[in-house]
Design a binder for this molecule. Structure first.
Ligand SMILES: *Cc1c(COP(=O)(O)O)cnc(C)c1O
Length: 532
């Protein structure tokens, strides 16, 4: 299996190259040159597989043995999921006969991103080790410096994915004092020598700008071999396809005759739900996937109108909509400089959805069938993405929109609805949902009632990570106590553990560069000491 860019002509690279480079040189995202089908009879032969066995089975369809021998892949998978607290890795909870929650938050940082990042960290280490083993004695080792910015939610999953990995160091920038105490504790209590938390005196946008500037600084990038682990990395999508298979097998026996599963996915950058799309294309039986967004509803607007646009165009407004989007825009939300709305489900606060480009490629290819389909799809996507960059919007042809509607439907959800849903499920479950999961649960209420569907909402975070929303929703319940009912013991201990954080007193790229350079020198000295 080879990989090519969504904006390219089909020129392909290996799995290793796609994973290590992340973004294609032309700015596109890597996709596999075909979507493989599981072996005949998989619905029986895989039925009793564990998460790890399914992971090995599915991933091996996308990674040639010549790139990663099967035994190595098995070992990578085993190690990646040995850090999870639940034996099922992603357990399924039944809320009622028609509704399940697929809990993806039993990894080390209590967030769904652990599922992919635990694997990605091991994969990076595996590839680097293999490259370095081929070097002559004394030749400089290949290293990777991962740099990222976080507003709090996702930095810890990246840190836990890469902590203590050989030849990799990770620098995570966060705005000082602007992340929640528990999220700050999660990140800064990781004291492994290769992990560097940088607290920047500034905003999240400042942090993000610095990271972008570092990546576009050629000299610095070449010296430090900067690596990104953001959600566009192909390995992250791939790792996430597995739980759709697992959930299908678990729910299958509960399905009444003729009924189907429908997955409802709280969505931001479209990585989680895109994994569902691959599972669907691979043959996992399912109804339309449901995109559930918060007030940052670019995707819900796309499925309503066929326009993919950063900001809803004033001239056309809602009157043209042909499908209900359901009142997310309550207009009271704070909006940051880039136009992102701040919501109670911050991990989904996005302006554009980075992985959506991959779906656009499949839609363009299907609409453009025939000779040169790959070439023409690449050209079409490059053109659409160019329009997004220059105009902030693009409208796809009706045929493309129809294809998108065949496999997906979308709903957006306001903060007010999110809070009401958390409260309702506390009463009815009782189940305490985090605000992202609650966006998914609300989308279920906004969909038509269909007795022939069993709906599975993907639960993307433990409620303890998002205390603001949960406490707000349940504040009137006298019997509710966040500390007792929600907070895991592990979190309570975190607040008292040793911390390591580097303060950067101003949002200036030169100061951050200095930190990275100093740490690189220290790492080098440390490596020499241990080899003496
Ligand atoms: C990242 C994240 C999401 C959104 O997932 P995408 O793959 O970006 O769509 C939803 N919920 C939580 C808690 C997340 O961390």
């Amino acid at each position: 299996m080879k990989y090519f860019s969504t904006r390219g002509d089909g020129t392909s690279v290996s799995f290793e190259e796609a994973v290590l480079t992340g973004l294609a040189p032309d700015g596109g995202l890597f996709i596999p040159d075909a979507i493989p089908l599981p072996p005949p009879g998989w619905k029986e032969s895989w039925a009793s597989y564990s998460f790890q066995q399914l992971s090995e089975a599915v991933l091996s369809l996308y990674i040639d043995e010549s790139e990663i021998p099967r035994a190595d892949l098995r070992d990578l998978v085993e190690r990646s999921y040995s850090t999870f607290r639940a034996p099922e890795i992603t357990p399924l909870k039944r809320l009622n006969p028609q509704l399940y929650v697929l809990e993806l938050f039993h990894g080390p940082t209590y967030a769904f991103k652990d599922v992919a990042l635990q694997f990605l960290g091991n994969l990076f280490e595996y590839f680097l080790k293999r490259r370095n083993a081929k070097k002559a004695p004394g030749e400089e080792k290949e290293k990777l410096t991962v740099v990222g910015a976080t507003s709090g939610d996702t930095g810890s999953a990246a840190i836990y994915g890469l902590r203590n990995k050989e030849n990799i160091s990770i620098f995570i920038l966060h705005p000082k004092g602007k992340v929640s105490p528990i999220q700050e504790a999660q990140m800064t209590t990781v004291t492994d020598a290769n992990v560097h938390n940088i607290a920047v005196q500034g905003t999240f946008d400042d942090c993000q700008d610095i990271v972008k500037a570092l990546f576009s600084d050629r000299e610095f990038n070449a010296t430090h071999k900067l690596g990104a682990i953001n959600s566009i990395n192909w390995a992250r999508i791939l790792a996430q396809t597995v739980y759709y298979f697992l959930a299908y097998f678990s729910v299958r026996s509960q399905l009444p005759q003729g009924a189907e599963i429908q997955f409802v996915v709280p969505t931001g950058n479209f990585g989680d739900i895109l994994a569902g799309y691959y599972a669907k294309r691979m043959g996992v039986p399912m109804a339309q996937l449901v995109v559930a967004t918060n007030a940052n509803d670019i995707l819900a607007r796309f499925w309503a109108s066929g326009r993919y646009e950063k900001v809803e165009s004033a001239a056309e407004g809602n009157s043209m909509e042909t499908l209900p989007v359901n009142g997310a825009s309550d207009g009271k939300q704070a909006t940051d400089a880039s136009g992102v709305k701040e919501t109670l489900s911050p991990a989904m606060d996005i302006l554009v959805s980075s992985n959506f480009e991959r779906l656009l490629w499949y839609l363009a290819a299907e609409a453009n069938q025939g000779a040169d389909a790959v070439m023409r799809a690449g050209r079409t996507v490059a053109d659409w993405m160019g329009k997004m960059k220059t105009d902030g919007r693009v409208t796809v042809p009706t045929q493309v929109l129809d294809l998108a509607r065949r496999d997906f439907t979308a709903r957006s959800v306001s903060d007010q609805q999110t809070l009401a849903t958390i409260e309702r499920w506390y009463d009815e479950g009782p189940y305490i949902a985090d605000p992202h999961t609650a966006v998914g649960l609300t989308a279920v209420d906004l969909l038509p009632k269909q007795p022939d569907l069993i709906r599975v909402v993907l639960s993307t975070a433990h409620p303890a990570k998002f205390s603001e929303a949960v406490e707000k929703a349940l504040s009137s319940h006298k019997d509710f106590n966040f500390e007792n009912d929600v907070t895991p013991e592990e979190f309570k201990g975190l607040l008292h553990k040793e911390r390591r954080v580097i303060d950067v007193p101003a949002a200036e790229i030169e100061l951050v560069k200095q930190v990275i350079e100093e740490e690189a020198v220290k790492m080098k000295a440390g490596a020499q000491n241990t080899s003496i």
